[in-house]
Ligand binder design. Structure first.
Ligand code: 5GP
Length: 199
């Protein structure tokens, strides 16, 4: 069976990555979203084991010590990381895997998995990031300012990604990412076996 594609999806908090992933999964329910571990406090809409694996700092650091993460980073004062085992299991079973992660983690995955395809999602205007975070209502005060400052740094990293996609209409954004996934599967290095002559 052919391995699935590993898709890194980054972009500042508030850019609408979650909505984009939902739209991608509507188009293809075989796309699997990696469930990250985090030490941040759950929000009302969070469910342990569904949106995140919620961990204490000690539990998270134990996972780091046991080398269980494909990547991990500290973001807005909390740890976030992608457990490596389930990602590889899904890829081996032929499913496409999405890592919805911030830029420090994305850069680690680009180093460790050169075959990963990376997409950075931006807002049509930078100022919309603040508006979207305020509108979401779960980020205020200090955390809001930290996330905006981080978004500025993340924008400086965007040229290191394979692709930049603008999230104006979520459907258009998902169309472009589906096209990127389709193109990834057509890469010559994955299609060499199709070049054999039949006899
Ligand atoms: P939130 O607290 O809003 O759920 O997530 C904050 C940021 O952490 C978002 O940019 C999100 O994409 C990122 N994030 C979520 N899971 C991971 C992960 O496993 N690794 C890394 N590096 N970032 C993550």
């Amino acid at each position: 069976m052919k391995r699935g594609s590993l898709l890194i999806l980054s972009g500042p908090s508030g850019v609408g990555k979650g909505t984009v992933v939902k739209e991608l999964r509507k188009r293809n329910d075989q796309i699997w979203l990696s469930i990250s571990a985090t030490t941040r406090a759950p929000r009302p809409e969070d469910k342990d084991g569904v949106t995140y694996w919620f961990k204490t700092k000690a539990e998270f650091e134990d996972m780091i010590a046991k080398d269980q993460f494909l990547e991990h980073a500290c973001y807005s004062g909390n740890y976030y990381g992608s457990p490596e085992g389930p990602v590889d299991e899904m890829l081996r079973s032929g499913r496409d895997v999405v890592l919805e992660i911030e830029a420090q983690g994305a850069l680690q995955v680009m180093q460790r998995r050169p075959d990963a395809v990376s997409v950075f999602i931006i807002a049509p205007e930078f100022s919309q990031i603040r508006q979207r975070l305020l509108h979401r209502g779960d980020t205020t005060g200090d955390d809001l300012e930290k996330r905006i400052a981080t978004a500025r740094w993340e924008y400086t990293q965007a040229p290191k990604y394979d692709y930049i996609v603008v999230n104006d209409r979520v459907e258009d954004c998902a169309d472009e990412i589906m096209a990127i996934l389709a193109a990834d599967k057509c890469k010559a290095e994955y299609r060499k076996e199709l070049l054999k002559e039949d006899d």
